[in-house]
Design a protein around this ligand. Structure first.
Ligand code: PHE
Length: 353
């Protein structure tokens, strides 16, 4: 630019061009993003001030026209460059407003999930039985009447069905034959139909009953079923296994006592009670003053059930038991209302993690 300004001393129009450039650059300093285009049009546009000067070049003497044209073009370039710079500066400023990051501000705490107390309980129970050789199996929640009742020695219209009122599932092909299992005992049949003794399994999962819901009854709950079949298994094996379980879960001083009961698929049948883990047997609120807490139903697998799955009852015998996961969890954690488990109240659930 310097070279041309020296040699253009005597060029008419130069002063006018310089004046336009000076005003334009002066104005540009304050032009905001939304007014940039107006600025461009008034100086660089077709009807803008530089073009007006360029048009007047035609009236100059022919010898002076090229230099005047060069000067005008140099001015156009200068303004064009200045416009680009202003534009870049303005948009960088704008972005700055949006993306400003203060890395010193503390972050948001992320919520971390945890295991549900029933999941914990199921896992602990599986772990307690594992050293005795029990492995965990999974069988259907939606069952056939045949497996939930009939093969368990509970024929249609048998009064024992009153103990297990449930929800039926519509099945066009076999109306009335499909239901939500009322207990995990159908797993006994499903396992024995699949394998030969020795059998040692735990079946755990959700069960359903048509219940009058209260602090100790829910219509959806979890059960853990144990089954052991071999030659020479007796009721004292059942007792020993249950005592081992009670000690593992509730402390080494626990004792088991067994009382007669009735289930169609076991003979004899019993209810197992554990010496109270809160008072140690003295009698307290948790054990209703008796010193004993009922924890499950059990018995020796009925010979008819064994026969039904093709096991020879003269060769094989075994025991089965079924317990409620919620009940075990309530005893372990001191929970007084079963409904808490499925209310999804985080204040309750967080206590277990
Ligand atoms: N299935 C029985 C119930 O839900 C419990 C049980 C299981 C009893 C196994 C005996 C043997 O009540």
């Amino acid at each position: 630019m310097r070279a041309s300004s020296i040699s253009t001393e005597d060029l008419p129009l130069q002063d006018e061009i310089d004046a336009v450039v000076t005003t334009a650059l002066d104005q540009l300093k304050d032009v905001q993003l939304d007014a940039l285009d107006d600025w461009r049009r008034s100086y660089l546009g077709r009807g803008g001030r530089l073009n007006a000067l360029l048009r007047s070049i035609g009236s100059l003497p022919a010898a002076e026209r090229p230099r005047a044209g060069q000067a005008a073009n140099a001015a156009r370039k200068k303004l064009g460059t200045a416009l680009k710079q202003r534009e870049a500066a303005l948009s960088a400023e704008g972005e700055g407003d949006v993306e400003q990051i203060d890395v010193t501000i503390p972050g948001y705490r992320t919520n971390v999930g945890g295991l549900h107390p029933i999941t914990r309980t199921l896992r602990d129970i599986a772990r307690a039985f594992a050293p005795l050789g029990f492995r965990v199996v999974d069988t259907p929640e939606v069952e056939w009447d045949e497996y939930n009742f009939e093969k368990l020695n509970i024929p249609p219209d048998h009064p024992a069905r009153d103990m297990w009122d449930t929800f039926f599932v519509k099945n066009e092909a076999r109306p009335g034959a499909m239901l939500l299992r009322t207990h995990t005992s159908p797993a006994q049949i499903r396992v024995m139909e699949q394998i030969r003794p020795p059998v040692r399994v735990l079946a755990m999962g959700r069960c359903y009953r048509y219940e009058d819901v209260d602090a100790t009854h829910e219509s959806i709950f979890y059960q853990i079923e144990g089954l052991a079949i071999d030659s020479g298994i007796t009721m004292s094996d059942l007792r020993g296994v249950l005592e081992y379980f009670a000690r593992t879960m509730f402390g080494r001083d626990r004792k088991i006592r067994i009382r007669g009961s009735f289930f169609p698929f076991t003979e004899p049948s019993c209810e197992a009670e554990m010496s109270c883990h809160v008072c140690g047997g003295e009698g307290c609120r948790v054990c209703s003053g008796t010193g004993w807490i009922e924890i499950l139903g059990a018995g020796m697998v009925h010979p008819d059930v064994l026969r039904g799955v093709g096991y020879d009852p003269d060769r094989y015998s075994g025991f089965a038991f079924g317990m409620g996961a919620e009940r075990i969890a309530m005893l372990r954690y001191g929970i007084d209302d079963i409904r808490n488990f499925y209310r999804n109240d985080l204040r309750f659930l967080r206590q277990f993690n």
